[in-house]
Design a protein around this ligand. Structure first.
Ligand code: ADP
Length: 187
């Protein structure tokens, strides 16, 4: 099973990841985690990415492309049960690049889960979380970036017949239940 997890920052993607991995045996990668590791290790990539991350903007594609391509190749080749991507693709050029890469690998996506949560709820959640980029200005900017760059992917994947919208409010268990209902049909 090959899936993309799509949702605004704070929509709860990370919270659902473990149970998806456990149930379906997929491997996962979160590009935000990869980037934070590069920053922490002080690599050249991390140093170039950091100012964009601190401001809540997307790191330009030419900076992240190599890192993401490597991660996707590794994912696609290492686990026959499949993979789940969190935080990528983030805009249309990334989605098109992913399509091409997965075509080349002969491993097209099976589904895209869009976790749908309204913005007021998200701001509340993120302000309570306290990561370095979780102050109110950055949060608002990340939501703007989501709306502008990432939300068009909803339409992109709907047209491909891949999109499943999951209502992202309620308890963690409620949401997990909805995700299982969608993925059990595919697995
Ligand atoms: P959130 O979903 O809470 O915004 P992430 O961990 O997914 O958090 O991302 C944190 C930051 O890392 C983003 O604001 C952005 O700067 C950068 N980032 C993550 N994934 C990508 C990507 N695919 N392309 C460009 N930048 C990215």
């Amino acid at each position: 099973m090959r899936i993309v997890l799509l949702g605004a920052p704070g929509s709860g993607k990370g919270t659902q990841t473990d149970s998806i991995i456990e149930r379906y045996g997929v491997s996962t990668v979160a590009t935000g985690d990869l980037l934070r590791a590069e920053v922490a290790a002080g690599t050249d990539l991390g140093q170039r990415a950091k100012p964009y991350m601190d401001a809540g903007n997307l790191v330009p594609f030419d900076i992240v492309l190599g890192m993401i391509e490597n991660a996707v190749r590794k994912l696609a080749q290492s686990n026959p049960k499949g993979f789940m991507m969190d935080g990528f693709p983030r805009d249309l050029p990334q989605a098109e690049a992913l399509d091409k890469l997965l075509d080349k690998l002969g491993q097209p996506l099976d589904a895209v889960l869009f976790i749908d949560v309204d913005y007021e709820e998200i701001v509340k959640r993120l302000l309570g979380r306290g990561r370095a980029d979780d102050n109110e200005d950055t949060i608002r900017n990340r939501l703007r970036v989501f709306e502008e760059k990432t939300a068009p992917l909803i339409d992109f994947y709907t047209k491909k017949g891949l999109l499943h919208t999951i209502k992202g409010t309620g308890t963690v268990e409620d949401i997990g239940q909805r995700i299982r209902a969608a993925l059990d049909k595919i697995a």
